[in-house]
Design a protein around this ligand. Sequence first.
Ligand code: GAP
Length: 491
Amino acid sequence: MVSMETLVSLCKRRGFVFQSSEIYGGIGSSWDYGPLGVELRNKIKRVWWRDFVQRRPDMLGLDASILMHPTVWKASGHVDNFTDPMVDCRECRHRFRVDQLAETPWVHYCPATKGNKFTIPAGGACSHCGAARTLCPDCGKGELTPPRQFNLMFKTLMGPVEEDAAVTYLRPETAQGIFVNFDNVLQSMRRKLPFGIGQIGKAFRNEITPGNFIFRTREFEQMEIEYFVNPHETVEGRPADEYWHDRWIEDCLAWFRRYGIQSDNLRLHEHARDELAHYAKRTADVQYRFPIGWSELMGIANRTDFDLKQHAKFSGKALTYFDEERKEHVVPYVIEPSAGVDRALLAFLADAYREEEVRGEKRVVLRFHPELAPVSVAVLPLLKKRDDIVRTAHAIRDELSRDLTVVYDDTAAIGRLYRRQDEVGTPYCVTVDVQTVGDSDKGEPADGKVTIRDRDSMEQIRVEAARLAQVIGDLLRGTAWAEVAAGAGRS
Ligand code: GAP
């Protein structure tokens, strides 16, 4: 498995992710997505939206605002319950989550070795004096304060005059925007249960211990679905909520596999009773084997009727569905598949990373699924001094870029250009050479063909430039390279 340092370095060098406000020394746990990062991010969101919202007849979309009525957060339980217990070091002022203290290596000045400094692995004891950690893990000197509850929501003021302004919060999850719009969507779109509402948007949490690159940040993006089911119905002999919970778990796992995540790197984690959120009947996390170890990639929770009932109670509005068959009003149960865009991006990146040896040299390649690759096609002229070759390459770039992310590059020799594209995961390179345009000085006619190089096999085929858009389109839609190559003839 690739290390986090390698990924961070690749991301910076190749324009995927930069430290936020870097020229000012950076700001903790905030990251900016560069030219390739934003393409990858947008493509992850696009295929998620297409597969889970657009293509499903039982799904609809929504884009709710980040700032909501403050009572939303009272009703949802976030004001009272969205807290982490934390302790502070009285000496160095470093803040820790209580539940993570046991997982943190700690600094120890050992009295049995004249106060020598040691770093002891998480949860371990000093091998010289046998002491276990009691002081600050970071400085090894300060006493820790008793635990205090720390609310993770960012508070903000709404309105131009500070004294009169209403306190509200940056949303800590997109989910509540869906719950408060349940009736609007139901009435305007006339849906029958079960149906779901999907949303992609930013969320903010004042995490005590953010870190591990883009894994845990204070500003991140979620792709969430609230899927409403009739709790009085059964499907295949099971309560509808339980049936749909399992279906969503399967669908989410299949989605990550479909876009290239290796099955061995995915597993399910069922929340134990004491791990469950206050609203959940059952939660299963999809975990990924990140460079930091197995960690949550997304959660799929059965939130029961908790949220709709809470919002009905606090707003005084009925949030029910009329079951025509049973002639009764019901409060739907909710299944919630909730994924982080940033964590999905980190998983796709880590999973795609390979170091291979090609003709005695190291090749770094990101084997992204073609639909996720930040650049779909790179157009490369073999000779940048030949105007006709450059002109043809630009014309091809212009044509392909109507539907695809395409780059033109003539800043190095062809072998180097291929390596650069491999390193950012571009599935296909198109080369324009002398044969494409012909050589009138030598009396060689143009054959009008260009070379397509496949990133994974590094094989090359020649196709007529006139057919290029169609061939590339077929490849990106999933036609196997071998099939296309058989039709074209390898070069
Ligand atoms: N509405 C349910 C909910 O928000 P969650 O498990 O707290 O549940 C869902 O968050 C997903 O959002 C997580 O599985 C993760 O992918 C992402 N996520 C949560 N906190 C995050 C953070 N601080 N940084 C990056 N992603 C985060």
